[in-house]
Design a protein around this ligand. Structure first.
Ligand SMILES: NC(=O)c1ccc[n+]([C@@H]2O[C@H](COP(=O)([O-])OP(=O)(O)OC[C@H]3O[C@@H](n4cnc5c(N)ncnc54)[C@H](O)[C@@H]3O)[C@@H](O)[C@H]2O)c1
Length: 311
């Protein structure tokens, strides 16, 4: 029996890049897949049916089952139709991968309101829209005695969990969807649903066309050679997290790429200074804080270090 036999997955933005690889691998392991993709440019403008249709053709040619869906995740009602597409075509929904994404990089002082809104609409509102409809379905099913072992996987980014200049819109949304996975996991565990987030590292249109400086650090793929940055490295983790076997791995954030899965830990106490009985004087507090921080609590990882294997 294949890992995902009997499962039905919705993968948003699955017409290209990381989502395409996830759709192909989940289908190869037995899942029936809704390949959602609006087919737009990397900045969110335009649309085309061919990216989603082509992935569906690939899945079917390999003997799998899939349907295409062209709705935008940014609209609440459209997101409901994405979830309904799975239920109408395949009878149920087991897995949701919130993967659709766009980029509009600007330094904060140059960012237009439109660039902020467009990026937050796809990554943050889009993740909410799809998750909202999926989780209410899973809760209803659970109440009716039908436990589906729902799996929700949000796509975050090092841009949000480490920080990257020029991406305050994208990074803020990506940090938020990592937090949302942890929160939704706490809300949904009683219904047998797990939620996790991934922060992929891969050479796709979003790195090659939208952030060429990042793609330059990834080098070129060479035929027949190990390619650390192919988006295919992301899919095995998503396939396993989607399975029943992963029921005890939940509320986590993983960086994935380059053949490596990193377990990430976010805000946590790294150092502290306390004073009891009387209030801190500001200057006294500053001196104590500097002393503590000098012990190394401020060491930060950068995206460059990650890609060069230094982390
Ligand atoms: N490539 C990386 O290194 C990297 C790093 C961190 C995070 N990510 C995230 O991974 C995800 C996939 O990105 P990718 O690198 O494969 O890029 P990509 O551009 O190849 O794929 C993204 C897909 O999302 C689709 N999409 C965009 N807006 C949509 C909408 N409103 N509704 C439905 N579909 C929509 C696009 O048409 C596109 O096919 C994104 O969330 C991205 O932010 C990528």
């Amino acid at each position: 029996m294949a890992l995902l036999d009997g499962k039905v997955a919705v993968i948003t933005g699955a017409g290209r890049g990381i989502g395409r690889e996830e759709a192909l691998l989940l289908a190869k392991h037995g899942a029936k897949v809704v390949v959602n993709d609006l087919g737009g440019h990397f900045d969110g403008t335009g649309q085309s049916r061919s990216p989603a249709e082509d992935v569906v053709k690939e899945i079917r040619a390999a003997g799998g089952e899939a349907v295409a869906n062209f709705e935008s995740v940014t609209d609440f009602k459209s997101a409901k139709r994405i979830i309904d597409c799975a239920i109408d075509n395949f009878g149920k929904l087991s897995i949701v991968v919130n993967n659709a994404g766009i980029l509009r990089d600007r330094m904060i002082f140059n960012m237009s309101e439109e660039d902020w809104d467009a990026v937050v609409a796809v990554h943050l509102k889009g993740t909410f829209n799809v998750s909202r409809h999926a989780t209410s379905y899973w809760r209803e099913q659970h109440k009716a005695g039908n436990q589906l072992n729902g799996r929700l996987i949000n796509t975050s980014s090092d841009s949000g969990i480490l920080g990257n200049a020029g991406q305050s819109n994208y990074g803020a949304a990506k940090a938020a969807v990592a937090a949302m996975a942890i929160i939704v996991d706490r809300e949904m565990s009683r219904y047998g649903v797990t939620a996790n987030a991934i922060a992929p590292v891969a050479r796709t249109r979003l790195t090659v066309d939208a952030t060429p400086q990042t793609a330059a650090g990834m080098g070129q793929a060479k035929a027949g050679e190990w390619d650390p940055f192919t988006p295919a490295h992301v899919a095995p983790l998503v396939a396993w997290l989607s399975s029943d076997d992963a029921k005890d791995v939940h509320g986590e954030v993983f960086r994935v790429g380059m053949g490596t899965v990193f377990l990430m830990k976010g805000w946590h106490t790294a150092a502290k200074v306390s004073k009891k009985g009387s209030m801190w004087e500001p200057a006294e507090l500053g001196a104590k804080l500097k002393e503590e921080l000098a012990k190394g609590a401020t060491k930060k990882e950068s995206m460059g270090e990650v890609m060069s294997g230094g982390v």
